[in-house]
Each structure stands twice: as C-alpha cells, then as structure tokens.
Design a protein. Structure first.
Length: 195
C-alpha cells in the first residue's frame, strides 16, 4: 500500500513520500550541480590565490550574517546574562567578518593558520583514536587518515606565510572536485525517470 501524492503549499505540485523517487526526479539537477562543482574545483585548483581570497570573503559575509542572528537572539531573550553574552558574540562575529571583508589577503593568512592548526589537531586525534580503539573495523584507515591530516597540517604550517596564498584555495578546489564527482556519480547511478 503506497502513500498518495499530496500537493505542497509552495509548489502546488504533487509530491510522493518516497525519497528515492524524489532523488530520481532530481537527477538532472544533481548532474548540473556536479558538473558545476567539478568546474569550480578545477578553477580553484588552477587559481588557488583567487579561490583563497573568495573563500575569505565568503566567510566574512557569513560572519556578518551570523552577528545579525546573535543580535536577534540577544533581543529575543529576557535574561540579561544571555543577552550580554549574545551581544558580545555578535560584536566579535561582526568584527571578524568585517576584517575578512576589508582585508581578505590578511584574512587568508589567518584562516590558513587556523586550517594548519585544525589539520594538526585532527591528525593527532585520529591517530590516537585509531591506536586506542583496537576493535574498530577501519582502524588502519583511521590511523592513515590521521597521518595524512598531520602531514598536510605540517606542510601548510612549515610553508607559512607562502602557503596562505594557495592552501585554502587548493583545499576548497579538491573538496569541490570530490563533491562534483560524488554528485555526477550519484546522478549517473540513478535510473532515468519515466517520461
């Protein structure tokens, strides 16, 4: 017994309750998103400096919008301590966001330092987890992933300040390529919808 289609208020079109059927209908959009992601990834790898600056600007805007959300959250509460803390967070997010928007080249250096520290920390954590969790089925892969992250963090950290120009753009590019390949692969694996 199946679920009857229902009209959604936003589209006015009938939808089914089966998520797999919805994904099959969106096959074309998955393919388009995958190809655009692949192209964006290639551009980011070829022009990592521009991709790094663009990423810093995007993060700047996200922080500015986050600061607005903190202000709304602060105003919506009656508790003074919570209001004060949210307003402090709003100011800090706003300052960091404006800094990235006004000086994106300096911002890429700061983001690269944070990125190197994150890779170093996550690498050590994965190695420790992989060694400590003796019963894990993918224990060797966890340790290998930790070693790779640790080496990447060291590579970025040891190449500072030069790595600030390429590290973020390169990593964003690689991520976009993997995301694009995943989306294209998913779209190709889905059966074509009936006409």
């Amino acid at each position: 017994m199946g679920t009857a289609p229902s009209a959604t208020p936003l589209t006015g079109r009938a939808t089914t309750a089966d998520p797999a059927e919805e994904v099959r209908r969106k096959r074309r959009w998955l393919m388009i998103a995958g190809v655009l992601s692949l192209l964006g990834g290639i551009v980011a790898i070829v022009l990592p400096n521009i991709a790094s600056v663009a990423t810093a600007i995007l993060i700047g805007w996200l922080l500015v919008f986050a600061s607005a959300m903190y202000v709304v959250d602060a105003i919506s509460t009656r508790e003074r301590t919570r209001m004060a803390l949210r307003l402090v967070l709003a100011v800090l997010c706003f300052i960091a966001g404006v800094y990235l928007l006004v000086a994106p080249l300096d911002g890429t250096f700061t983001l690269t330092v944070v990125l190197a520290m994150w890779f170093l920390a996550i690498g050590v954590a994965r190695i420790v987890i992989g060694i400590a969790d003796r019963g894990a089925p993918a224990r060797a892969l966890i340790v290998l992933s930790g070693v790779a992250a640790l080496l990447l963090g060291l590579l970025i950290a040891l190449e500072l300040p030069e790595s600030a120009g390429w590290a973020i753009g390169l990593i964003v590019g690689v991520d976009l390529i993997f995301t694009g390949a995943l989306l294209v692969g998913l779209a190709r694996a889905l059966p074509k919808p009936p006409r």
